[in-house]
Design a protein around this ligand. Structure first.
Ligand code: 5GP
Ligand code: SF4
Ligand code: MG
Length: 456
């Protein structure tokens, strides 16, 4: 998911809209903006893409000098409209809106306890638990209640909250998901990734640190460290696939693009193969393929084109066309591939179904050999921290050897980047990252109840 917040701007909702537009890649299922003039909260939400939800007239119904927004990509709670964020409530301490990127691993247990005390939940999302914990807290200030609530949840959260006074931005102590602070003149902003600031001509100030809570209101921008320190677990998959290449995340001082290229160069070192061309699987494989080309000395070529206008569903012709689904999205260029030994580079293999179709497509277009190179290790375990990976059974890497995967995708060879190689290419030291989907070693030990809940 994506979160965004802006404080002290006459066009707060318009900025939130643009920020969410830049963060569209983090969630395409639904989006919402809540604005405020310090007295009333105004809410607009919809299913689908940012560009389709917010028209001029919709944005005109979002007055006020502050706003927060969210793009949803469902990991927990399903696609029910009630789960579309930001969630809003009016309770003893005033209005509150909350937008969450991440996933809480003890949400169900907390929900059961809260319901036993009479809480009535409106949604099935894990995020609503935070709202109830805030409402139930006996601490006297809102800040203290937020800290009290968040001290009880376990898992991943990069949050933006809005109150009648201003914003709060919080990152969980492990720092799973990115969250950064920006500024344009005397307006402050918070966003999942810095690419949102670039669109708004705002300055990237800094990353919000793991375990940090930032309060932004008329009087101050103040930083708190209210939580016990925890082991660092920044999501390495943000670098591999999820974040936009032009963003800076995790305060690393590098664009995601540079890290992806480094992953590709490292892959060339580890898994070189004699070939004529390096072809990326667009768009996510492009920077890694450039890195592989640089590292291997094999020329980079665009052998696959992507149609950028493919929506969620398309009407198939009645006479079935083979591999129609992938062909709508990708097409090979025979004039580039004919008679060539091709290294095809992608960022990851999840189920293996797309990869298999791509190999066939390259061969049909005349490629003589197809060598698949993947700029991350095999995905062997699901993510419980906010990335929507399928169950372990559906992950081809969890049950198949690399040789079995090669047979399945029908490539001449398949090689993945090593775990060490991936972590070496990422900017911070290896132990600061979560890599659980590649290792099956989760950075937060599960309780027995959580294991049962998550089906582990
Ligand atoms: P597969 O061969 O496993 O069917 O598909 C691999 C492709 O899925 C890669 O191109 C990779 O970029 C993409 N991918 C990896 N993770 C995700 C994800 O979380 N969501 C989507 N939509 N694609 C993903
Ligand atoms: Fe990221 Fe994988 Fe860890 Fe999830 S399990 S937070 S996707 S590295
Ligand atoms: Mg891809």
């Amino acid at each position: 998911c994506a979160v965004f917040g802006v404080f002290n701007h006459p066009e707060a909702a318009n900025l939130a809209y643009l920020g969410l537009y830049a963060l569209q890649h983090r969630g395409q299922e639904a989006s919402g903006i809540v604005s405020s003039d310090g007295q009333h909260f105004y809410v607009q939400k919809g299913k689908g893409l940012v560009a389709d939800i917010y028209s001029k007239s919709v944005l005109a119904q979002l007055p006020g000098h502050m706003a927060i927004g969210h793009n949803r990509y469902s990991t927990a709670g399903g696609s029910d409209f009630k789960n579309v964020q930001p969630l809003t409530v009016n309770f003893a301490l005033g209005n509150l809106a909350l937008a969450h990127n991440g996933n809480l691993i003890n949400a169900q247990m907390l929900r059961n306890e809260l319901e036993a005390y009479g809480a009535i939940f409106q949604s099935t999302s894990d995020t609503e638990v935070i709202i109830h914990l805030i409402a139930h807290s006996r601490a006297d200030t809102l800040l203290a209640r937020v800290v009290d609530a968040l001290s009880q949840v376990r898992g991943a959260y990069s949050l933006v909250l809005m109150t009648d006074e201003g914003l709060m931005a919080v990152r969980d102590p492990h720092g799973f998901r990115p969250l950064c602070l920006g500024q344009v003149r005397d307006s402050w902003m918070v966003a999942s990734e810095s690419c949102a600031f670039d669109l708004l001509d705002a300055e990237y100030v800094r990353e919000i640190e793991p375990g940090e809570l930032v309060v932004i209101n008329e009087k101050k921008v103040a930083s708190y460290r209210p939580f016990a320190p925890a082991n660092s677990a920044m999501c390495v998959f943000e670098y591999v696939y999820f974040a936009r290449p032009d963003s800076r995340i995790f305060g690393g001082g590098h664009a995601v693009y540079q890290v992806r290229k480094a992953l590709g160069r490292q892959l060339a070192q580890e898994a070189w193969v004699a070939a004529d061309l390096v072809v990326p699987v667009p768009d996510s494989g492009v920077p890694a393929a450039l890195g592989y080309s640089e590292g291997s000395g094999i020329p980079f070529e665009t052998g696959l084109m992507r149609n950028h206008y493919v929506g969620r569903t398309f009407i198939e012709p009645e006479q079935s066309i083979r591999h129609f689904g992938v062909k709508v999205k990708l097409n090979a260029i025979p004039e580039v591939l004919e008679g060539k030994r091709v290294v095809v580079v992608d960022d990851s293999i999840v189920r293996g179904t797309t990869s298999r179709k791509i190999v066939k497509m390259l061969r049909n277009a005349g490629a003589k050999e197809v060598h698949m190179r993947i700029s991350s290790p095999p995905i062997v375990a699901p993510c419980f921290y906010g990335i929507d990976t399928p169950t372990k059974r559906e992950l081809i890497g969890s049950s198949h050897t690399v040789e079995e995967i090669r047979k399945y995708v029908t490539a001449d060879s398949v090689a993945y980047l090593s775990l060490d190689g991936m972590l070496k290419a990422a900017p911070a030291s290896a132990e600061r990252y979560c890599a659980a989907c590649f290792t099956d070693r989760y950075p937060i030990p599960f309780t027995k109840a959580e294991e049962l809940q998550l089906g582990l």
